[in-house]
Write a protein that binds this ligand. Sequence first.
Ligand code: QAP
Ligand code: CO
Length: 171
Amino acid sequence: MVLEILTYPDKRLFDKGEEVKVFDEKLGLFLDDMYDTMIAKNGIGLAALQVGKPIRAFIVNLVNEQDIQDKNDLYEIINPKFIKKDGEIVYQEGCLSVPGYYEDVKRAANVLLEYQDRFGNTKTLEADGLLAVALQHENDHLDGHLFIERIGFNKRKKFDKEYKKNSKKAI
Ligand code: QAP
Ligand code: CO
C-alpha cells in the first residue's frame, strides 16, 4: 500500500522518532508499505517519520551496477546507532519530503552502523560512498532533521526564499 509522504514544512518531519520495542507482523507490514511508497515515488531511501509514523526505522535501496533497483539489496534499518564515522564526502542530496530541491551536503565518508532488522536481530553494516550518505541522511530523519539544515547559510536563505515563492504559486 502506497502511503502519503509528508513534505516540508510539515511540523511532523521535525519530531523525534521513538525506539521500536515490538517486532511484530504489524511492523513488517508497515515496512512493506514504506517500500511500496518509496518505489512509487522513485526514491532510494525513506524514513518512517516521512509517512507520519514517528518511530526509529528507515529503508534504503540503492541501484546496482546494472542500474537496477533490486529488492534483494534493500536494507531495513531499525533503532540504528553509528559506532564509527570517518572521513568526509560531499554528495548532492535530495529528499522525497523536499521534492525538486537538490544540494551538496558534507557527511562522513565511512560509517559503521549497528541496527536491528524487522525481526529484532542485531546487525552491523559497514558502508562508504552513496550507501554511507544514504544511511546518514535517513538517520537524520529519525531525529527530526532534514538535509536542508546541513547546507550553507546562504544556500539555506536562497532555499527559503525560493520555497516561499513556489508555495505561493501552488495556491
Ligand atoms: C535520500 O532521497 C538520499 O526531489 C533519499 O522530486 C539522498 O530518495 C540518499 C526524490 C541522497 C542518498 C543520497 C527526490 C525523488 C528522491 C526528489 C531520495 C524528487 C523525486 C529522493
Ligand atoms: Co529524506
